[in-house]
Design a protein around this ligand. Structure first.
Ligand code: FDP
Length: 340
């Protein structure tokens, strides 16, 4: 009998999941689904290159040339170009912006322009590449607000609550594609033997409170006293409130947030005396992750207000980030407001 097989009764591939999501929207034109398919393809191409990262020296790299005499691109540049090229031609986007590029990325004039906008961080955590530590790509999709033709800065600088979809890809011990269109957060793991993403984490829910904190404590001396007080509080002994919290910090935002979503707790990148708004970028990193974590039942704040409500003023603006379990984010805000 089929039911005796070790496999689930229904294989839910990413493709099928996207198609079933589309069927719930009779008005859908299918453009959005195509866009997600292309993103997944771009992610696989990046993953293929990431898995070769450690082999570059063995295979005879000289400066920036590989053994065949081709130029070896830095992995973050490769990811940036690959995502752009996978997304520029199908007619569903009007403009893109990437963390790696100063200005807007316009769709080439000879390709059609569509109604969506893509923002992406092609390779987050890139300083971890050489140590074989998890890295990732992060993306946000918005509907355009301009009428037609080439997209504009106004299309790109929308507050995060207007996202039509957000997600990320993890390149780790396995490859995962996590996305949300406002109806739950779903994670798919690549089965390399068939080249398909299979649903492995359906409807991810973050615990309401956790016992793990994730922050770069090397910056402690530069934090404002209230932030320092909060970090000290998390490390005090008090069984009744689950303290001390455990520390976990990978140094790849996307991996730290993924773990936080699965196990609960909080990830913080506050401002400090050197970087008053912290290090992370509002539109490429904080907004998509905030959209995902809120949809999983968590919260995301800049320390004083909801990330998704902030109106971005410029493409590369930075913002502090406190993200994770709802009770933990609330407590961080209380410390920063001097209420605790
Ligand atoms: P990276 O510079 O390696 O790309 O946003 C960039 C980021 O990594 C995040 O992924 C990561 O969480 C953060 O910087 C790490 O910053 P610190 O080294 O200051 O902890």
């Amino acid at each position: 009998m089929y039911s005796r097989t070790p496999y689930p009764s229904k294989f839910m591939t990413l493709e099928r999941h996207i198609a079933e999501g589309e069927r719930e929207h009779p008005e859908a034109t299918g453009e959005f689904s195509v866009l997600l398919h292309h993103l997944a393809l771009a992610a696989k191409l990046v993953w293929r290159e990431v898995t070769k990262a450690g082999l570059v020296n063995i295979l005879g790299k000289t400066d920036r040339m590989n053994i065949s005499g081709d130029e070896v691109k830095k992995l973050d540049e490769f990811a940036d170009e690959t995502i752009f090229k996978a997304m520029d031609h199908a007619g569903h986007l009007c403009v893109m912006a990437s963390e790696e590029n100063e200005d807007l990325l316009h769709i080439p004039a000879d390709y059609p322009h569509g109604k969506y906008v893509l923002l992406y961080d092609p390779l987050d955590g890139s300083s971890n590449i050489d140590a074989n530590v998890t890295i990732g790509s992060i993306f946000s999709i918005y509907r355009r607000v301009s009428a037609a033709g080439q997209g504009t800065m106004e299309d790109v600088l929308q507050p995060g609550y207007r996202q039509a979809a957000g997600g990320y890809v993890l390149y780790g011990s396995s490859m995962m594609f996590v996305y949300c269109t406002g109806h739950g957060v779903h994670g798919f793991t690549l089965d390399p033997s068939v080249g398909e993403f299979l649903l492995s984490h359906e409807n991810i829910r973050i615990p309401q409170k956790g016992t793990i904190f994730s922050m770069n404590e090397g910056n402690y001396g530069r934090w404002e006293p209230r932030m320092q007080q909060y970090a000290r509080y998390l490390k005090e002994e008090d069984a009744a409130t689950g303290r001390p919290y455990s520390a976990r910090y990978i140094g790849s935002l996307v991996a730290d947030v993924h773990r936080t979503m699965l196990y609960g707790g909080i990830y913080c990148y506050p401002g400090d005396t050197k970087n008053p708004n912290g290090k992370l970028r509002l539109v490429y990193e904080n907004n998509p992750l905030a959209f995902i974590v809120e949809n999983a039942g968590g919260a995301a704040s800049n320390g004083h207000r909801r990330i998704l409500d902030v109106q971005p003023e410029s493409l590369h603006e930075r913002s502090p980030l406190f993200i994770g379990s709802r009770d933990d984010v609330k407590m961080a805000e209380e410390f920063l407001a001097g209420r605790r």
